[in-house]
Every structure is written in structure tokens, then in C-alpha cells.
Design a protein around this ligand. Structure first.
Ligand code: SAM
Length: 373
């Protein structure tokens, strides 16, 4: 198995220090707020800004990301996939631009160079093979950001250069099936270890062979992992996405396609998993969704929210604070929430917050809500 500087050692479970997450818990049910902290690894966060040099560094990072996106969008990494070293003249593009950008990529560790020829470095090769260097283009990755002034002045979602809205529904745009497929591949790849943690924390709380709703289940990897632990899983998503999940998991999952805000959800279920769903919705939409979930759950049923939740100070953790930006750009009302806000939105539908687990090494938390009413 390939290891890299990013590989995470095994985790230890510790009680959550108050500064990380407010401990929301229910003693009778035996849940406590926990933080799963990797042994021996520091969290990789952005640098804080202490002086102008830090700002300059941040600017350099954004330049470098644009170079990576453009190389990716132009298919240049793929041209090096066979492992052969090439001169910039061998690659297709403007020689001057290639001669200036290739050393940047070598400096960043994605290419290796003997001074005149370039090949993928071992890291570059690993990332390319994993699909992580299949970015759209600098225009697609940075174009929306370059119009952020307008978002700030007039509100999101962002607009494309032609003025059309860049709004998506959970990252999916109906008229862009290829984009949806690429997004599902990305989420599938990124969820390899999360699915294991979700099953580990959820399954012991459920009866034998529970029926679980994977709401907005997308690629299906979460649902599939739960079936490996004895659950029967119904994946609910839009037509286009259900087709993608079905191609991968065929009849090991059950499927319902529709709009989870308006169409029947099926059930009764012992649990509903909402992985990366609530951040795409506004407060009123979440309130409506919780009411709908209450109707489709068996008594005592659980809703499990897997997401990047903010601390009460709303500034930490980094991934949740920054993800709010993505929601501003690509949704009408989405945002990052605190676990307490989720509790307040679900409460009127008879849910009680019975626990929060923060899986710090994978940068997500689980909020457990139980239907008590
Ligand atoms: C960000 S993806 C999350 C996929 C998966 N749960 C995960 O965590 O990797 C959001 C999913 O919700 C689905 N979705 C969003 N709004 C929906 C709606 N109103 N009805 C059905 N599915 C919806 C999208 O199609 C997409 O597959």
C-alpha cells in the first residue's frame, strides 16, 4: 500500500475539550461529546496572518493553485502519465508559459525535473492516479472567485462570466450531467475513511438489521458501508445521481429518486443519515426537512448529521468556516451551522440532540438527533 506524508496514523478517542465542541449529551442514553484526535499528527490548517509577508504567501498559494488547475484543465498532467520525462516543447501549449509554470510545479513537488525535462513526481503520479489532479480549469476553479466582489455586494450565488447563476443543488446541476458525475467521483474518493467512521459510530446505536435512509446519498459509498454492517439501506437522490449510484452498487442498495423536500421519503426507517446535506439548505428548508424526516422515522429513530459544524464562536474549525464561503457562492441559502443550531431547527419536530462526535482527523462531526416526541 502506498503511504505519503499525508497518511494519518490510527486514532485515539478522547473526551472533547470544551474549546472544541460544546459537549451536548444525554447521560441516560450514554452518549458523550467526543473528539477523535489522531495520535502524533498536527491538524493542517491555513497559516494565520501576522504580517504582510503572510498575505504575500497567501497570494502565492492562489497563483500556484491556478497553475495546477490550468495544467489539469489542459490535460498536461495526463500527458506525463506514462512516466516519461519531457521537455516543454514536447508538451502542447505556449512554450514560454510552460517553461515558467513547470518549475513552479516542480517546486511544489508535483513534477520532478533535471533542469530541462519534466516528469510526474511520485506524489504527482499518486494524485493523478487517484483523480485528484483532474481539476476543471483555472476558469472553472477561479473564475467564480474572481467575481467575488459582486457576491459580496449583491449576495450569492455567484454568477458565471455570461451572467448565469452558478447555483447548484448539493453540488449538482441538472443540466451538467458530466459535472455531476465528476463531483460524485470526487466525493466517493474523499469518503473512503469517513464511511468507516460513520458506520463505527452509528451502527452500535441501532437495532439488528436496521433500515436506514441515506438521504441525498449521492455516490452511495456511505450506504454501502452500512450494508456491510448488516443494515438495509435506501438511497434517496435525484434521478441522475441514483443512476450513478446504481451503476456502482446495483441491488446491494434500494433506491428512491425524487426531491427530498417535496416527494415521499418512504419508511419507516430506524435511522436517516444526512451526509453533507444540511449545509446546502437554509434554516427554513432544514426545519421543513426535519419535519418530513420525523414522519418517516420509526419511534425512537435517529437522524445522523455528518457535516463540518462550526464551534459556538463560528470561527473554528477552519474547514467549517471556509465551507460557508462555498455555500455562499453555490447555494441560495446554505451555510455552515453549529450543532446547537441543528438542535434548535430539529427540536420543533420532536428531535432531541443526544450527542456530538467530532472526528478531527477527518475534519467532520456527527450530530445525533433522536425522535422522542
Ligand atoms: C454534497 S452531495 C452529498 C453526497 C453524499 N451524501 C456524501 O456525503 O458524499 C449532496 C447530494 O444531495 C442531493 N440532493 C440535494 N438536494 C436534493 C433534493 N432536493 N432532493 C434529492 N436529492 C438532493 C444531491 O443530488 C447530491 O447527491
Amino acid at each position: 500500500m502506498m503511504t505519503s506524508a499525508c497518511s494519518i496514523p490510527s486514532s485515539t478517542v478522547r473526551h472533547c475539550p470544551k474549546t472544541r465542541l460544546p459537549p451536548v449529551w444525554h447521560p441516560q442514553l450514554g452518549f458523550v461529546a467526543l473528539s477523535v484526535i489522531p495520535t502524533g499528527e498536527k491538524e493542517r490548517n491555513m497559516r494565520r496572518i501576522d504580517c504582510e509577508e503572510d498575505l504575500v504567501l497567501m497570494y502565492r498559494n492562489s497563483l500556484a493553485y491556478a497553475v495546477i488547475a490550468a495544467w489539469s484543465g489542459q490535460g498536461l498532467f495526463h500527458k506525463l502519465a506514462d512516466g516519461k520525462a519531457r521537455t516543454v516543447e514536447d508538451l502542447q501549449g505556449d512554450n514560454r508559459a510552460l517553461a515558467i509554470t513547470a518549475p513552479v510545479l516542480a517546486h511544489l513537488g508535483l513534477l520532478s525535473s533535471d533542469g530541462s525535462r519534466y516528469a510526474l513526481s511520485p506524489t504527482g503520479k499518486t494524485l493523478l492516479e487517484a483523480g485528484a489532479l483532474s481539476l476543471d480549469s483555472a476558469e472553472r476553479t477561479h473564475g467564480d472567485l474572481s467575481r467575488f466582489d459582486r457576491v459580496l455586494a449583491e449576495g450569492g450565488p455567484a454568477r458565471a462570466a455570461d451572467g448565469s447563476s452558478r447555483v447548484s443543488e448539493g453540488g449538482v446541476r441538472e443540466h451538467d450531467p458530466e459535472g455531476a458525475r465528476a463531483f460524485m467521483k470526487y466525493l466517493y474518493r474523499r469518503s473512503e475513511r469517513s464511511v468507516v467512521e460513520v458506520a463505527r459510530w452509528l451502527m452500535p446505536r441501532l437495532p439488528e438489521q436496521p433500515h436506514i435512509l441515506d438521504l441525498g446519498g449521492g455516490h452511495g459509498r456511505y450506504g454501502h458501508e452500512l450494508t456491510r454492517h448488516g443494515a438495509e439501506v435506501t438511497l434517496y437522490d435525484r434521478d441522475l445521481i441514483v443512476d450513478i449510484a446504481r451503476e456502482r452498487y446495483s441491488d446491494s442498495l434500494q433506491y428512491i429518486s425524487g426531491d427530498f423536500m417535496t416527494d415521499p421519503l418512504g419508511g419507516p426507517y430506524q435511522a436517516a443519515l444526512l451526509s453533507n446535506i444540511v449545509h446546502g439548505l437554509g434554516p427554513d428548508e432544514n426545519r421543513t426537512l426535519f419535519a418530513r424526516l420525523a414522519d418517516s422515522l420509526a419511534p425512537g429513530g435517529l437522524v445522523v448529521l455528518k457535516d463540518m459544524f462550526l464551534n459556538e464562536d463560528r470561527c473554528q474549525p477552519e474547514e467549517a468556516a471556509l465551507f460557508g464561503l462555498t455555500m455562499l457562492m453555490y447555494t441560495r441559502e446554505g451555510q455552515s451551522y453549529t450543532p446547537k443550531e441543528m438542535e434548535d431547527l430539529a427540536g420543533p419536530s420532536g428531535f432531541e440532540n443526544i450527542g456530538v462526535v467530532s472526528v478531527r482527523n477527518l475534519r467532520f462531526s456527527l450530530v445525533f438527533l433522536q425522535k422522542t416526541g
